[in-house]
Design a protein around this ligand. Structure first.
Ligand code: IPD
Length: 273
């Protein structure tokens, strides 16, 4: 067959574990940090090294597969999603955390075929948390099945929002509007600094909902499958089906919960990936 999910998964899992070693090795050392779109949008040698290693691994094993990577796109590569098998990679999600040695960073890897996510892997090598999912085969944390929470009441929910890494005044104002609108309606609000790990937390039932405007496809593709396989939902912030390239997303333990948050959100307009 053209696309054997088991074969691709084995290669992807091994590559992610090896990427974890690169991140672990660099984690408590001094990092050389460069900025991208603004002074809080960061990239390190580790982001670039991990991405380079993963690209090499794909070329070696699946020369016909396509690749979309955060640092390749930052370096000018295109971000077009086709029907071909496509690996979508965030080599270090939570780069700001990584730079500060705050142990909440991960590798996020998704493999898509016909634009559907067939494999999702999110790995925090510092805390040794490996989240995995294959389409229609459930979601796992370190090989144990995970499930979203059963909370459906917004007032009892732990909701994750993010500040993001953008200093555009309109974006910052929108973030604050959403936080203000939710603060007195939820059980608690959190911002941990990694979109992929936020999604993994919702999948594992540790948080009930997470939304963000301004994320990219590499931040959310792996998590979208892991959440779905864990029984949760991943939607567009206006309530329709999720569009991976739309730069906005809400995920929750249930649609019922997501629909209580959606009307409270400021629907910021963003340029697509
Ligand atoms: C960022 C993190 C952060 C989120 C930003 C992302 P990066 O990814 O996931 O939590 O708020 O929107 O860009 O740059 O560390 O890969």
């Amino acid at each position: 067959t053209e696309f054997d999910v088991e074969v691709v998964f084995e290669v992807a899992l091994k590559a992610v574990k090896d990427a974890g070693e690169i991140i672990k090795e660099a984690f408590y050392k001094k990092k050389s940090v460069l900025t991208k779109s603004c002074d809080v949008d960061l990239v390190t040698e580790t982001d670039q090294a991990v991405e380079k290693m993963l690209i090499g691994r794909i070329k070696e094993n699946f020369p016909n597969h396509m690749f979309i990577g955060e640092e390749s796109v930052a370096a000018g590569e295109n971000c077009d999603l086709t029907n071909d098998p496509t690996w979508i990679v965030d080599p270090v999600d939570g780069t700001m955390n990584f730079v500060h040695s705050f142990p909440h960073s991960c590798i996020a890897l998704a493999v898509l075929y016909n634009k559907d996510v067939h494999i999702g892997i999110i790995y925090n090598p510092i805390l040794d948390q490996m989240y995995t999912a294959k389409c229609n085969q459930g979601a796992f944390l370190n090989d144990k099945p995970i499930r979203v929470s059963e909370e459906t009441d917004l007032s009892k929910s732990l909701v994750i929002a993010e500040f993001g890494t953008n200093r555009d005044p309109q974006k910052m104002e929108s973030v604050l509007k959403n936080i203000t609108a939710l603060m007195n309606k939820v059980h608690g609000l959190r911002a941990m600094g990694s979109a992929a790990l936020n999604m993994a937390s919702v999948a594992a039932g540790g948080a009930d909902c997470y939304f963000e405007f301004g994320i990219h496809v590499w931040d959310i593709a792996a998590g979208a499958l892991i959440i779905k396989e864990a029984g949760g939902v991943c939607l567009d912030t206006e309530g329709g089906p999720l569009d991976l390239m739309s730069r906005r997303m809400i995920c929750a333990s249930s649609e019922k919960l997501a629909l209580q948050i959606i009307p409270l959100l400021d629907q910021l307009k963003l340029e697509r990936d």
